[in-house]
Design a protein around this ligand. Structure first.
Ligand SMILES: [Zn+2]
Length: 140
């Protein structure tokens, strides 16, 4: 089974996510419009826009944080690292190539101080186990 389907479905999903993301950006439009409309006369357009962005930032920090943690809108696939000549962390075999998944959704081991590499078979098995246990965070 291919864990990274780069087909038509993936492209359609990306377009849908992009549309949702653009919709999210539009949520800040009312804040910007209201602040600029009501504050420009007293503050000038530059300071009114700064005030609008401050208010928007105070609100959308939490909105965006929720989106990053709980949706796959910005999910970009999986990142794997492959290295030569490793001893598999699971079966102990010495193999020409070892693999580890270090980024998938909310799963992020990109700063792992002690990365573990596995042979092809063991990395596939661990991948399936982690996927079944939903360790990779939300996906489409
Ligand atoms: Zn192994």
């Amino acid at each position: 089974m291919d864990p990274t389907p780069y087909g038509h479905d993936r492209k359609a999903a990306m377009i849908r996510k992009y549309a949702l993301y653009l919709l999210r950006w539009q949520l800040s439009t009312p804040i910007l419009a209201v602040c600029v409309y009501y504050l420009t006369r007293s503050l000038g357009v530059m300071w009114a826009t700064i005030a609008a962005n401050l208010i928007g930032g105070l609100i959308f920090f939490w909105v965006d944080r929720w989106i990053f943690r709980n949706t796959s809108i910005l999910y970009t696939g999986e990142l794997w690292e492959a290295v030569d000549h490793v001893t598999c962390a699971d079966c102990g075999r010495k193999v020409d190539r070892g693999y580890r998944l270090f980024k998938a959704g909310t799963y992020d081991k990109s700063h792992d101080k002690t990365p573990q590499f596995r042979c092809h078979e063991c990395s596939r098995a661990k991948y399936e186990r982690d996927k079944a246990a939903r360790r990779f965070g939300p996906q489409t």
